[in-house]
Design a protein around this ligand. Structure first.
Ligand code: PXG
Length: 290
């Protein structure tokens, strides 16, 4: 595996950062997870834009332009001879002192890892996930805003531990008002009487790129959609439910907190949206090998 680290490609063994990097010491940095499908980096421009928005929000200066970052990401896929797979892009505050003041970190570090991933077995996509809501609440927007894709994922890790303790693969986090925000690494959708709903961005959900894609596909298919506040009750009485995320893609949910969703099987509107999503992965994104 060849890893991009600060402008150079190196082996995994040589891809090292300082123990004084504030990404490690304080979770001070930002990241993206991106997919390649069929020789294209899916929605690369959108991911890079969001990375720079996250960096802007924490006043982190990324020492290259968005176009250069796009080129470096595509080149990392080429160096690893990958046409399908998963990219993890990390920008840390860089090496500093043991104090947390970011002014002591003169230069951000950029890491690009391109590899393969399968988050869930095929069976789970066919049969659907069982999930639970967990006690850990989504970060409030005026603390570390959950819209920032920061290296501070401890809130999400805690929720994932609670899912593990409950014997399930994902967790629904509610916001401090008690409404559904999202899962630990995915946005949430439900279908009710032919309409598609997902929590609003103000709920504390990430501005998900897969979420946006699914809303676009719904518009294209003429499926009405809305972004109202959703409570656990709304999930329990949904006809269909699924999660969206770059790594998980679109995954059906068939049980929440012991309540069977709809028929207990992935639903027909989920299937239509999935087909539309898969079609887009063939045509949308930067080409890797010309
Ligand atoms: N919510 C959160 C909190 C996320 O971190 C999503 C939603 C989905 O967003 P996109 O833009 O990918 O549709 C994410 C995605 C993983 C993994 O391994 C995924 C994410 C972060 C960390 C790990 O599945 N991000």
């Amino acid at each position: 595996m060849k890893i991009y680290l600060d402008g150079q490609f190196c082996s995994e063994a040589d891809a090292k950062i300082s123990v004084f990097d504030h990404g490690l010491l304080y979770g001070d940095g930002v990241f993206e997870g991106i997919r390649m499908y069929h020789n294209r980096v899916f929605k690369l421009r959108e991911h890079i834009e969001r990375l720079y928005w996250s960096a802007k929000a924490i006043l982190l200066d990324i020492p290259m332009t968005q176009e250069e970052m796009i080129a470096a990401t595509v080149e990392t896929c080429r160096q690893n001879n990958l046409r399908d797979g998963y990219i993890r892009l990390v920008v840390t505050r860089g090496k500093g002192t043991l104090g947390l003041d970011p002014r002591k970190c003169p230069k951000a570090s950029i890491i690009i890892i391109a590899t393969t991933i399968q988050l869930y077995p095929e069976k789970t996509y066919a049969e659907g996930l069982t999930i639970v809501t967990v006690p850990t609440t989504r970060n409030i927007v005026n603390a570390v805003n959950p819209a920032i894709k920061s290296l501070n994922y401890l809130n999400n890790v805690l929720a994932r531990i609670e899912a593990n303790n409950a014997g399930v693969e994902e967790a629904i986090l509610l916001n401090s008002d008690g409404f559904v925000a999202e899962c630990t690494a995915d946005n949430v959708f439900i279908v009710q009487k032919g309409k598609l709903y997902t929590p609003p961005l103000s709920s504390g959900a990430l501005y998900g790129i897969t979420r946006n894609t699914v809303l676009d596909v719904a518009r294209e298919l003429g499926i009405p959609s809305g972004e109202p506040s959703l409570s656990r009750y709304d999930l329990y009485i949904a006809d269909e439910m699924f999660l969206t995320g770059t790594a998980a893609e679109m995954i059906p949910v068939v049980k929440v907190d012991g309540r069977v969703i709809g028929t207990g099987k992935p639903g027909p509107i989920t299937a239509k949206l999935l087909a539309g999503f898969q079609a887009r992965t063939r045509t949308d994104g930067e080409i890797i090998f010309a």
